[in-house]
Ligand binder design. Sequence first.
Ligand code: E4P
Length: 217
Amino acid sequence: MKFFVDTAVVAEIKELNYGLLDGVTTNPTLIAKSGRDFKEVIAEIAALVTGPVSAEVASMEFEGMVKEGEHLAKIAPNVVIKLPLTLQGLKACRHFTQAGIKTNVTLCFSANQALLAAKAGATYISPFIGRLDDLNIDGIELIRDIRVIYDNYDFETQILAASIRTANHVKDAAIAGADVATIPPAVIKGLANHLLTDKGLEQFAKDWAATGQKIAA
Ligand code: E4P
């Protein structure tokens, strides 16, 4: 499973940019949190990573989405146009797919929505796991359902598990067959943690010190 980092904070991307990251996703909330100019920060991120960088349109109507998306696509070749899962967004998705521009259809909460996005030719579909879990609806079950549907019909749209809140979401999305997970920086870092790793390291350090040896002078 590929890892995208879900942030618009450049320092957070730099901190993890040593082979762990396959791409970046942003959304209007994350841009607002970054306090940066949207187009400027997307350009900076797109230059920093080689993988896809999702930048979301703000318009709700097809014409506006096309205009904004074309503008965003010009920033860098690895910019992916993020569009909402509405009929207008799906129409814009078709437009960009036909123009050879990659798309990420966002705010997906049902298997039927994901089916529509695949039919519109989306590069990525973003089912929001955490926001479903918040409502006591199993977000991972949605990933499983989409996997079955896409495999049944050989759709090429990649499942991008979004709204990831915990390390278990990452593992469960991988088991359910998500192609990609977009993950907040703190959750990515947390994946490396294990109490037994810390305990084992502490013991090794103690035993090594007792030998009085040095590996490098
Ligand atoms: C996905 O592309 C979104 O940016 C993100 O995963 C949403 O996560 P949230 O539900 O924690 O805001």
